[in-house]
Design a protein around this ligand. Structure first.
Ligand code: ATP
Ligand code: MG
Length: 696
């Protein structure tokens, strides 16, 4: 769902708390004075939009100054940070902090430097400190792991990988449930310089097989099964089928299998053993708990990861060692105002970039305690997230708008039962968050005391590129606000690629791009640098192109309008999906909505909307009229959908994003060319929707 706060600012009176808003205070990491004042900005007589103040004017000014400096002298800014944040085995050359550029696609950071990311994430921290709290599918299945324990275990896994022939530079495919061994296997790869390719353990055997083949991966690490909402997922069986599917039959030399309920070396393997299978727990137990960290050049590969596949065939991005580690660490610390004793919870899966940067690398590089979660937000009931916050005293909580909207459907009671006073910062990522959901997150979960950080970024960017910063920059519902340090964000005219000048109201609308390299950016697409250049660098020479449309307001705040491919053109008006969808979910009956364009003789395109209703609501002609009225009122009469389909669910990627390209094909009757649907969470929805649209 894409939403622009500006177009659908809060209507009506503000909650009483907004007048005396105090953003969350740091537990010490930013050390700023705390004379906070909230401000309310009137946008029109009827629209009042709260603009929450930065902690102090001076903090905001400091951000502006530092941001400008980071853009003006990137080598100085990132060079200094790289020395402070990371431990280098061999220092990088101070005159080669940044080389290459976006025009040539040959970006390199920290040349000459060598470091090991696993060493930076583990060995250098207090061994007695908790590195991870893990909660499994059942709430009472909890593990607490110290830095000392994790360092030793990661070394053992690293030695086990070596024993099975894994060498520096080789790709290890990981297909595992969200158990601590997944994070530790990633770190073990990093320790020996192997490149991990984590494939989300919800993907089919075909999707896994093609990723194993694409990466030429000789070793696959999995587990016998995963658990989600008490449902057993037979991962090992899926891997067996995937290995069959790999074109090169001799490619996979070993499948290493963790057992979810390992009972010792004498126990029977709870799965069928093939000749190349190895029981990982037994192998690991036999290894020495020390493995020397491999010094890696800053530009050597750390991992491969695929995008969500929302807009087409997923892209396998390659992230490198020094730049990625620095960017993951720095964004975690800054965006979440991370303090040493925080319990940092990002509930994303490690199969996605959010799990890589903010479950594993970011928190551990900072020496924080990371919280890892295996289950779903509604198991055993819809209070699961908040119960975990209470029990583990979580300080930062990071999730996606789709989860927030899902939980909103159950009402406030499920949240109010729990003590959430430990929370300081609430994060959101993955899609634009509509102001309804933002407000619910802010008021009901955060009790109007926490900072909401709306973090805009991509698999390709490695970490946040546009986000507000607690106590430093203001937050604004529906907007990801301002660029992160080192990010030279620009709005380009899609027609001619020029930088869009602000109009008479100070607003600029166009495509979102970045004008200079930053350390966390992916360097290439796996085995296909031409695709990397074609998708990201060639559309607007000299810029990194995000593929998203954006509106920047007179204060510099960014509102993501939607994907460029999803923009709808009705009678010459370019309409972002976000604003129409936001108007639909603003109706109490609608839980989620997706809109797409379809050809129209007169208007060029007209709008088709798909809506998922909240519990207790049913489809009726009156409801459909009300929904149309909502769009007319909030966005404009010309945007009123001429087709509304009420559907039980929407086509989502496995990472929880709406796949509009499929809806577009359905409303255009092009159902024989749906494109890649392997990343769809529930493919059966396609037939349901084809049938529903056919009846309309
Ligand atoms: P594909 O590239 O294969 O189509 P994808 O773009 O969904 O998949 P990701 O890298 O997981 O894959 O998602 C990045 C995209 O998610 C961004 O380009 C943007 O459209 C959206 N996004 C992420 N965070 C935000 C946010 N805070 N606000 C608005 N949009 C966001
Ligand atoms: Mg993308």
């Amino acid at each position: 769902m894409r939403v622009i706060g500006l177009f659908c600012a809060f209507v009506g009176s503000l909650p009483a708390t907004a007048n005396s808003f105090v953003p969350s205070t740091s537990h010490g990491s930013t050390n700023l004075p705390t004379n906070n004042e909230g401000t309310i900005k009137m946008t029109s007589d009827s629209n009042i939009e709260p603009v929450y103040a930065a902690k102090t004017v001076s903090a905001f000014d400091k951000y502006k100054k530092e941001h400008a400096q980071s853009i003006k002298s990137p080598s100085k800014y990132w060079g200094k940070l790289a020395r402070e944040v990371l431990d280098w085995e061999v220092p990088f050359d101070s005159h080669r902090v940044l080389q290459g550029d976006l025009t040539n696609g040959d970006v390199r950071w920290f040349s000459g430097g060598k470091l090991n990311v696993a060493y930076n994430a583990l060995d250098r921290h207090d061994p007695k400190k908790l590195a991870m709290i893990w909660e499994g599918d059942e709430p009472d299945d909890v593990r607490r792991i110290t830095y000392g324990e994790m360092t030793n275990k990661v070394s053992q896994i690293a030695n086990a990988l070596k024993a099975k022939g894994v060498k520096k530079g080789q790709v290890v495919t990981i297909y595992m449930p969200m158990i601590p061994e997944l994070a530790m296997t990633m770190l073990a790869c990093a320790r020996i310089g192997a490149v991990h390719s984590v494939v989300f353990a919800g993907f089919s055997s075909d999707a896994l097989g093609s990723r194993i083949q694409a990466a030429n991966s000789e070793v696959v690490v999995t587990a016998d099964h995963g658990l989600r909402g008490s449902k057993r997922i037979p991962l090992k069986d899926i891997v067996n089928a995937a290995v069959e599917h790999v074109k090169d039959k001799d490619l996979v030399k070993h499948v290493l299998v963790w057992e979810r309920n390992y009972e010792g070396p004498e126990s029977e393997a709870p799965y069928e053993m093939n000749s190349n299978d190895v029981r990982m727990d037994i192998l690991v137990d036999d290894q020495r708990p020390y493995c020397p960290p491999e010094p890696m050049e800053a530009e050597e590969n750390l991992f491969i990861l695929y995008t969500s596949g929302s807009t087409g065939l997923p892209k396998g991005l390659v992230h490198t060692t020094g730049g990625y580690a620095l960017y993951a660490a720095h964004t975690t610390k800054t965006t979440f105002d991370l303090a040493p004793d925080d319990i940092f919870a990002c509930v994303a899966d490690c199969g996605w970039i959010t799990g890589h940067s903010y479950v594993v690398y970011g928190p551990l590089l900072n020496g924080a305690t990371t919280f890892m979660f295996e289950s779903t937000p509604v198991y055993p009931d819809e209070g699961r997230y908040w119960d975990m916050v209470q029990r583990h005293k979580i300080t930062q909580f990071y999730t996606a708008p789709t989860a927030i909207r899902l939980l909103m459907r159950y009402g406030e009671e499920a949240v109010q039962k729990y003590d959430l006073s430990s929370l300081k910062v609430l994060g959101t990522v993955g899609e634009p968050i509509n102001p309804e959901a933002w407000r619910w997150y802010y008021e009901v979960v955060g009790k109007s005391k926490c900072t909401i950080v709306d973090t805009y970024w991509q698999t390709e960017t490695g970490g946040h590129i546009v986000t507000n910063i607690p106590g430093v920059t203001p937050m604004k519902p529906g907007s990801c606000t301002l660029p992160f340090y080192g990010i030279d964000a620009v709005v380009l005219d899609p027609a001619d690629g020029h930088v869009v000048e602000p109009d008479e109201n100070g607003k600029a609308e166009g495509v979102m791009a970045v004008r200079q390299p930053w350390p966390g950016m992916a360097r290439t697409c796996l085995g296909d640098h031409a695709r990397y250049k074609t998708v990201y660098l060639k559309p607007y020479p000299g810029y990194y192109f995000t593929g998203d449309s954006v509106m920047r307001d007179e204060e510099g705040n960014h509102f993501i309008i939607g994907r460029v491919d999803d923009i709808i053109n009705v009678s010459g008006h370019r309409i972002g999906t976000a604003e129409v969808e936001s108007a639909l979910v603003a109706h109490p009956a609608v839980a989620q909505a997706a809109v797409v364009g379809r050809p129209h003789d007169l208007k060029g395109q007209s709008i088709a909307a798909f809506c998922m209703l909240r519990k207790g609501y049913e489809e009726s002609p009156e409801l459909l009229t009300e929904l149309k009225m909502n769009v007319r009122h909030e966005v404009g009469a010309f945007c009123s959908p001429d087709l509304i389909v009420v559907s039980p669910t929407l086509p989502m990627t496995r990472s929880g994003k709406i796949m509009r390209r499929i809806l577009r094909k359905i409303v255009c009757g092009e159902t024989d060319s749906l494109g890649d649907i392997s990343t769809l969470a529930d493919p059966s929805i396609v037939d349901t929707l084809i049938e529903k649209v056919g009846k309309k």
